[in-house]
Design a protein around this ligand. Structure first.
Ligand SMILES: [Zn+2]
Ligand SMILES: [Zn+2]
Length: 273
């Protein structure tokens, strides 16, 4: 499974990246590549087009309904509903309760109100909650409720039927340290974790975000392979966040736009194409 960072800015767009969005790609046994997005923050639909055609997406999974994580879903709906040349099947969107109502509000229509010429809704919204497991092609997704002011899921992704330790990626969503996050990350090959707050500056704020240190402690306790730090706001010195994480977990790196990582499956080596 290949991870490509589409957007890694924290909370709002930064000078070098849109907010939260990550592309996962995996080939099935027939050789077809499946494309799934984790989150779709504002502006990330543009960066995504540097990697794949948005018409090639197979699903979008939204961690939570804060704007920096979903605000380009309406743009994706426009792309898939009104494209002048391509016919695309309804795209599954997995999100916590409230996604359908938000789309209705933002797009000023409901599923019955799609204009002539766009014969069917282009997005198929599925509400997910803690403990839910679903498959998209060869990939299996598991939701873990984490510690953030709105319903938010850490997302564990592995190849269906191959969920043994090490053969998956865990995305934190937005969260402070909590038992469900550690459980979601346990044994992950790649732990893609937010680290929005800074040690010393934000110590009075709990129940919202991780710091580099708290992400590092979670990575160590969960026994992950690599900690990829993301969701660092532009007002924060990311090198300080990285140093705080490495003091707890040396195999820590900073996410950057269009960086790629491979989740290796035990016994199969790394697929690097
Ligand atoms: Zn966020
Ligand atoms: Zn949030």
């Amino acid at each position: 499974m290949k991870l490509t960072v589409i957007g890694c800015a924290g909370s709002y767009a930064g000078p070098d990246s849109p907010p939260s969005s990550y592309l996962l790609q995996e080939r099935d046994e027939a050789g077809r590549t499946w494309n799934v997005l984790l989150d779709l923050g504002p502006g990330s639909l543009g960066t995504l087009q540097r990697v794949i055609d948005p018409g090639e997406l197979d699903a979008v999974v939204i961690s939570h309904l804060h704007p920096d994580h979903y605000l380009d879903v309406p743009g994706l709906e426009v792309y898939r509903t009104y494209h002048p040349e391509k016919q695309m099947p309804p795209l599954p969107v997995y999100a916590p309760q409230g996604m359908r109502e938000l789309l209705t509000t933002i797009c000023y229509h409901d599923e019955a109100g799609i204009p002539p010429g766009a014969s069917e809704p282009s997005l198929q919204v599925n509400t997910v909650s803690h403990g839910d497991v679903f498959n998209v092609g060869p990939l299996s997704f598991t939701m873990f409720r984490v510690d953030h002011p709105v319903e938010t899921h850490a997302i564990r992704v592995g190849r269906a039927g191959r969920e043994e330790a090490g053969a998956y990626l865990t995305f934190s969503g937005d969260t402070d340290a909590c038992a469900n996050l550690t459980e979601a990350a346990r044994g992950a090959s790649i732990f893609l974790s937010e680290a929005s707050y800074l040690e010393g500056r934000d110590d009075h704020l709990r129940g919202v975000h991780l710091t580099g240190k708290r992400a590092g402690i979670t990575a160590r306790e969960a026994g992950v392979g690599t900690l990829v730090l993301t969701h660092i706001p532009a007002w924060t010195d990311s090198e300080q966040t990285l140093a705080d994480a490495r003091a707890e977990f040396p195999r820590s790196v900073l996410a950057t736009t269009l960086a790629t990582y491979e989740v290796a499956y035990p016994g199969e080596g790394t697929d690097n194409d």
